[in-house]
Design a protein around this ligand. Structure first.
Ligand code: FES
Ligand code: FES
Length: 188
């Protein structure tokens, strides 16, 4: 039996694949991109209304849309705490949450803690105790400590350590961080 000659075009597309025409690819992309949503947040006392992709995380909204780069992106997976901010006074990992969920909320980042030129007691304590080395984790540590104090659950160094365990310091400045938080707690 004679073998049917292979259709060279079909064979080639099986081997190297075939690219969709540019317009088809663009249309496909458009059909998978959700419509923008409006969100209005008060960040460090200033109101911001934005139309954003609903998949935008709170962290990306702060850093990429509002240029508030004090809040850091470490793991982007909820494991390091570098992105900690306060939402209505409660500490959260901003990388793990969509900005659209916080329409109408009050957000505080490290840029919003000092008042009238005076550092927040936690910021001052971090300086007094030299509670950092590279400083990358520091904004998250400070926001987390402010949230911890508002929770009122930590009394001892061990409790502070336990309740700050979501904030990783790769430089290992933990001893000084705990001492700084204890100072801020004593003076508040
Ligand atoms: Fe959010 Fe690491 S960047 S927890
Ligand atoms: Fe460097 Fe904490 S000071 S990661």
């Amino acid at each position: 039996m004679t073998k049917k000659p292979a259709d060279s075009k079909a064979m080639r597309s099986r081997i190297v694949g075939s690219k969709p025409p540019a317009e088809t690819a663009r249309a496909k992309l458009r059909s998978t991109t959700p419509d923008a949503v409006s969100v209005s947040l008060t960040v460090n006392g200033a109101r911001h209304a934005q139309a954003i992709d609903p998949r935008t995380t709170l962290l990306d909204l702060l850093r990429e849309h509002l240029d508030l780069t004090g809040t850091k992106k470490g793991c982007d997976h909820g494991q390091c705490g570098a992105c900690t901010v306060l939402v209505d006074g409660r500490r959260i990992n901003s990388c793990l949450t969509f900005a659209a969920m916080y329409d109408g909320a009050q957000i505080t980042t490290v840029e919003g803690l000092a008042k009238d030129g005076a550092l927040h007691p936690v910021q001052k304590a971090f300086i007094d105790h030299d509670a950092f080395q590279c400083g990358y984790c520091t904004p998250g540590q400070i926001c987390s400590a402010v949230g911890l104090m508002a929770e009122g659950r930590a009394r001892t160094a061990d409790e502070i350590r336990e309740l700050m365990s979501g904030n990783i310091c790769r430089c290992g400045a933990y001893t000084n961080i705990i001492a700084a938080i204890q100072q801020a707690m004593e003076r508040s």
